[in-house]
Design a protein around this ligand. Sequence first.
Ligand code: 13P
Length: 247
Amino acid sequence: MRRRLVAGNWKMHKTPSEARAWFQNLLERLPQTEAEAALLLPFTHLPYAAQVLGDRVAYGAQDVSAHREGAYTGEVSARMLADLGCLYTIVGHSERRSYHGETDALVAQKAQRLLEQAIVPILCVGEPLEVREAGEHVAYTLRQLEGSLNGVNPPAASSLVIAYEPVWAIGTGKTATPEDAEAMHKAIRSWLEGRYGRGFAEGVRILYGGSVRPDNASALFAQPNVDGGLVGGASLKLEDYLQLLTA
Ligand code: 13P
């Protein structure tokens, strides 16, 4: 049984002080639900997450350095994130792949750095619009997955989360249909089986991301291979995020 995960990716939104107040409101209103809540935050917000959320709501970063330590100005290491209690961290988000030129090989190194610190990578993959229109989306996404997991050996199924985020659905209001999401998630799980074995593949959570909102979440999360969501815009509004947790 895979526990549903509703992970909010705040991207570059809110100040640390605004975040602290939001965390307090969240804890006051946290619903009784079987789903796990997690927030992926800008680095600056993490000390407040540690203080306020503690171990009641999981949190983590949106990126990490591929290096362990050293003269890398502006970078943040996995060890620093672990010290602040991060349980999850995103790697390979399409915004980093396209605006910062991150390659599959770099994403794989980042995932490995996280695993060394027992932080669960939320590894993002997904195709752009022209690839979907050409009907090449499954091959494209699985190739990205293979490259981004090259040399990456998670110790258990619970040590890895995959997020399928079709680029054309991110921040656009266009969502994959539940059937399209399910078809891709199934293909990803079957690829994972070939790479890591059946038991492992059955335990890995595969999230859908791309314009998930309270009005479309239930249909997406009801698919057998959709184990929750990686949510951008709707995770910034407390009311919406609370509704997603019970969807
Ligand atoms: P939106 O939910 O705003 O489309 O963002 C999705 C996303 O990129 C989450 O990582």
